[in-house]
Ligand binder design. Structure first.
Ligand SMILES: [Zn+2]
Ligand SMILES: [Zn+2]
Length: 253
């Protein structure tokens, strides 16, 4: 069994938990230590139970608390060399350099870093595998590339972003430069892109889709649901992560 949960997701901070037995991996920490502790507590965890931190990229909504967390709780941190060079984490307790497509293990969990088009130096997302189970985490990317589509086939669980509704973004409050950035091939997925991705992956194994990194200003759950309903025919349960609090644990088995 793999269990996972979002501790919070959106432009103001992201953190995700992926756990197998006693191995508990934190993907990103876009929160202060205090806020992270509060959110871990919502899932009956304390930071001492974490095994490692995996960073996706250096944007502050993903990396804000990483350095302090690593130092205080003596946690190893995994990220690409590009993310490490650009990040403002200060000293880390232990740094592991990882490379796109080169799988590595933490305890019994096999982890594959996946290159994504996003406006950071060397961003990656992650696929986790354990005992024939596959969990894909995929946020902060502007388009779905053929390489990504190939790697995310056959997942049992998915955390995928549906960042914005294109019309809401174009008519919304962001300044023109930010609208262009978010909507570009190096920005974030819109609802239709996400829904088409879900329609294109082999979803026979898929048990649960957690949708995250949802813009509070440029998106609405109803818009995501209708885009997904039009494109995705699988039986997987679909739930939504949000900025304010942790999701429930999601179990895939
Ligand atoms: Zn982000
Ligand atoms: Zn980002």
């Amino acid at each position: 069994m793999i269990k996972f949960a979002s501790l919070g997701s959106g432009s103001k901070g992201n953190a995700t938990l992926v756990c197998v037995d006693d191995t508990c991996l934190l993907i990103d920490c876009g929160y202060s230590i205090r806020e992270l502790e509060r959110r871990l507590d919502q899932l009956d965890l304390v930071p001492q139970q974490l095994s490692a931190v995996l960073v996706t990229h250096e944007h502050s909504d993903h990396i804000k608390g990483v350095g302090a967390l690593s130092r205080r709780y003596r946690l190893p941190v995994y990220m690409t060399a590009g993310s490490y060079l650009e990040s403002v984490c200060g000293e880390l307790h232990q740094y592991h350099s990882i490379k796109h497509s080169e799988a590595f293990h933490i305890e019994d969990v096999r982890i594959t870093p996946v290159a994504v088009p996003h406006d950071a130096r060397e961003p990656c997302q992650y696929i986790f595998e354990y005992n024939q189970l596959k969990l894909g985490v995929l946020t902060d990317l502007g388009i779905i590339t053929p390489y990504i589509l190939a790697l995310y086939q056959g997942c049992h669980g998915l955390l995928v972003e549906a960042n914005h509704d294109s019309l809401m973004l174009s008519q919304g409050p962001y300044p023109p430069s930010l609208k262009a950035r978010v909507g570009s091939n190096w920005g974030h997925l819109n609802n239709v892109q996400t829904a088409e991705f879900l329609g294109a992956v082999d979803s026979r194994n898929l048990q649960h889709i957690l949708i995250g990194h949802i813009s509070e200003k440029n998106n609405h759950i109803d818009a995501i649901q209708s885009a997904v309903a039009e494109n995705f025919r699988g039986d997987a349960r679909v739930t939504f992560a949000n900025q304010d609090h942790a999701s429930d644990w999601i179990y895939i088995e």
